[in-house]
Design a protein around this ligand. Structure first.
Ligand code: ZN
Length: 69
Protein backbone atom coordinates (compact mmCIF):
# COMPACT_ATOMS: atom_id res chain seq x y z
CA UNK A 1 0.00 0.00 0.00
CA UNK A 2 1.29 3.42 -0.97
CA UNK A 3 1.11 6.03 1.73
CA UNK A 4 0.27 9.25 -0.07
CA UNK A 5 0.89 11.39 2.98
CA UNK A 6 4.39 9.95 3.37
CA UNK A 7 5.11 10.43 -0.32
CA UNK A 8 4.05 14.08 -0.14
CA UNK A 9 6.22 14.67 2.91
CA UNK A 10 9.15 13.01 1.21
CA UNK A 11 8.70 15.20 -1.87
CA UNK A 12 8.54 18.33 0.28
CA UNK A 13 11.63 17.29 2.16
CA UNK A 14 13.59 16.75 -1.03
CA UNK A 15 12.48 20.13 -2.36
CA UNK A 16 13.50 21.85 0.86
CA UNK A 17 16.91 20.20 0.75
CA UNK A 18 17.41 21.22 -2.87
CA UNK A 19 16.51 24.81 -2.01
CA UNK A 20 18.85 24.81 0.95
CA UNK A 21 21.66 23.52 -1.20
CA UNK A 22 20.98 26.24 -3.73
CA UNK A 23 20.97 28.87 -1.01
CA UNK A 24 24.31 27.66 0.27
CA UNK A 25 25.73 27.51 -3.24
CA UNK A 26 24.81 31.13 -3.85
CA UNK A 27 26.44 32.26 -0.63
CA UNK A 28 29.58 30.26 -1.26
CA UNK A 29 32.52 32.30 -2.36
CA UNK A 30 35.74 31.61 -0.62
CA UNK A 31 35.84 28.64 1.67
CA UNK A 32 37.76 28.30 4.85
CA UNK A 33 40.03 25.38 5.43
CA UNK A 34 41.31 24.56 8.87
CA UNK A 35 44.63 22.86 8.52
CA UNK A 36 47.47 21.91 10.77
CA UNK A 37 50.94 23.23 10.20
CA UNK A 38 53.26 20.45 9.13
CA UNK A 39 56.11 21.96 11.10
CA UNK A 40 54.71 23.06 14.46
CA UNK A 41 51.20 21.54 14.42
CA UNK A 42 49.38 24.83 14.98
CA UNK A 43 45.92 25.12 13.48
CA UNK A 44 45.65 27.64 10.70
CA UNK A 45 42.49 28.92 9.08
CA UNK A 46 43.17 29.34 5.41
CA UNK A 47 40.96 31.15 2.98
CA UNK A 48 40.65 29.23 -0.25
CA UNK A 49 38.86 29.84 -3.52
CA UNK A 50 35.79 27.65 -4.01
CA UNK A 51 36.74 24.11 -4.96
CA UNK A 52 40.43 24.55 -4.25
CA UNK A 53 42.03 21.86 -2.14
CA UNK A 54 45.70 22.75 -2.28
CA UNK A 55 46.21 26.26 -1.04
CA UNK A 56 49.45 27.95 -0.20
CA UNK A 57 49.61 29.44 3.25
CA UNK A 58 52.08 30.57 5.82
CA UNK A 59 51.75 29.29 9.37
CA UNK A 60 50.67 32.00 11.77
CA UNK A 61 52.80 30.51 14.53
CA UNK A 62 56.13 29.67 12.90
CA UNK A 63 55.84 31.37 9.51
CA UNK A 64 56.50 28.11 7.72
CA UNK A 65 55.24 28.40 4.14
CA UNK A 66 53.42 25.31 2.92
CA UNK A 67 50.44 23.93 1.02
CA UNK A 68 47.25 22.50 2.51
CA UNK A 69 46.69 18.80 1.95
ZN1 ZN B 1 53.80 26.28 12.09
Amino acid sequence: MVDKQAMREEAERLMREAMERKGIAVKQGDTRIVTKCGKCGAENKVKAPKGATRVKFTCKECNHAQVTL
